[in-house]
Design a protein around this ligand. Structure first.
Ligand SMILES: Cc1ncc(COP(=O)(O)O)c(C=O)c1O
Length: 422
């Protein structure tokens, strides 16, 4: 299938999108660098960097003071919670809390939920997940909680839902799953998993770090109790975002210092935030709304902003799907390459991972780096999956991840470079 027609529907199209990312102009030995490292963190558009520097230059203060900059900081945090709600489809900005990153938020969440768990209680995790959504729950074994692991089908890189259902029962208090696999791009069947968790009366916690950058999210339809993501994967700075259904947030027995506000979401959060990162995260959501056609996304709010963000995410999803198909087909045709991930037709993100016969994964990424193509090798902290795939000895997987600023030419260059190693 031809992919030359691929473009973004936003004003300025792909070229306009790329122009907002100064980093894309980086030259390596006379060629533009190709950033295929998005699953580990995307590049950042000007709007985001400008929002962060604006905050630090003009509004830098702590919260809840009577003076101008402190009030501006309060307003910023409120606005950013609204932006987070628009991104995820939350009912209210109060359902959005911020934290250092997803791993820290999940350890904190598991610790708080774990206060009410003990012997006889069970948690279900999966073999497909990033360790950030495994280790915090596995740590609850110290207090007698039984942690069960739903198997991954190593042929399809999908969670064995039958196994997950069998391991979820009367004693299950939490089902913790990913939205999508950062290692192989599998998109999990969240509605089915939600129904399994609900039938058992368990909480559903979703690690959506690899999901949010690629799929329009609607937490009201998906129905998790908690969902976590990281802004640096969707064109923002390094910050974690935790959605909690209002009742779920209210039920949490938080660890907090006494003077911290006791209202949600403040009581979920600890210490002083990175307000500049919060400013950047709000701007990243506005950038997505701009991609959805909004001329002045900074002025949008409420349902209008939500519509624009959804349009932006749909544009990303469509564009990335076309590019990813070409990347997958091109790589699969290289002799000795095995692409891992769900079968054709199954839901997936534009993250394409493979192993190459006779080559360590690190040798392949070294060749790509020499050609100015940035890509990761290893297990990407999806350690259990890579072990189950039997790829540890081979240095794990080579992972090429696409973002809306990537081009057909970059994809072709990556395929050619891999083919030159065959
Ligand atoms: C699926 C997934 N979950 C969790 C994490 C951890 O996120 P953070 O670096 O914000 O702790 C990552 C990071 O790569 C990830 O891809």
């Amino acid at each position: 299938m031809g992919v030359d027609h691929l473009d973004l529907p936003s004003p300025g199209g792909l070229a306009g999108c790329r122009a907002e990312f100064p980093a894309l102009g980086l030259q390596i030995a006379g060629r533009e660098a190709a950033f295929l490292d998005g699953p580990a963190g995307t590049q950042v558009p000007r709007r985001v960097v400008e929002a962060m520097s604006h905050y630090l230059y003009w509004q830098n203060a702590n919260t809840h003071g009577i003076f101008l900059t402190s009030r501006a900081t309060d307003a910023l945090v409120e606005r950013a919670r609204g932006r987070g709600a628009a991104l995820l489809g939350a009912v209210s900005p109060d359902e959005i809390a911020f934290g250092y990153n997803t791993t820290t938020l999940l350890f904190r969440l598991a610790r708080m939920i774990g206060r009410d768990l003990g012997r006889g209680d069970e948690v279900v995790i999966t073999e497909l997940d990033h360790e950030a959504n495994r280790a915090p729950w596995l740590a609850l074994r110290d207090q007698g909680v039984v942690v069960r692991e739903a198997r991954v089908d190593i042929e399809t890189c999908q969670i064995d839902l039958g196994d997950l259902a069998a391991k979820t029962g009367r004693r299950t208090r939490v089902v913790a799953v990913g939205g999508a696999s950062n290692a192989v791009g599998t998109v999990n069947d969240l509605p089915v998993i939600r129904d399994i968790a609900r039938a058992a009366g368990a909480l559903l916690v979703v690690d959506a770090v690899h999901y949010v950058p690629h799929v329009p999210v609607d937490v009201q339809a998906l129905g998790p109790d908690y969902l976590v993501c990281s802004a640096y994967k969707f064109f923002g700075p390094h910050l974690g975002v935790l959605y909690g259904r209002r009742e779920a947030f209210e039920r949490l027995r938080c660890y907090k210092v006494e003077p911290q506000l006791d209202t949600i979401p403040d009581r979920i959060e600890t210490g002083t935030h990175s307000f500049e990162a919060i400013a950047g995260t709000a701007a990243a959501v506005e950038w997505l709304a701009g991609l959805g056609g909004s001329a002045e996304p900074e002025l949008s709010d409420g349902p209008a902003l939500r519509r624009e963000v959804l349009a932006g995410m749909r544009a990303i999803e469509d564009y990335e799907a076309g590019l990813a198909e070409r990347l997958r087909d091109g790589l699969a045709a290289v002799p000795g390459v095995r692409v891992y991930g769900p079968p054709p037709g199954a839901a997936r993100t534009p993250t394409v991972s493979f192993a190459m016969h006779g080559r360590l994964a690190g040798e392949v990424t070294a060749a790509l780096a020499a050609a100015g193509i940035f890509a990761w090798d290893g297990d990407f902290y999806a350690t259990t999956l890579v072990r189950r795939l039997g790829l540890e000895e081979r240095g794990g997987l080579v992972r090429l991840g696409l973002a809306p600023y990537n081009t057909v030419a970059e994809v072709e260059r990556a395929i050619e470079t891999v083919a030159s190693l065959a």
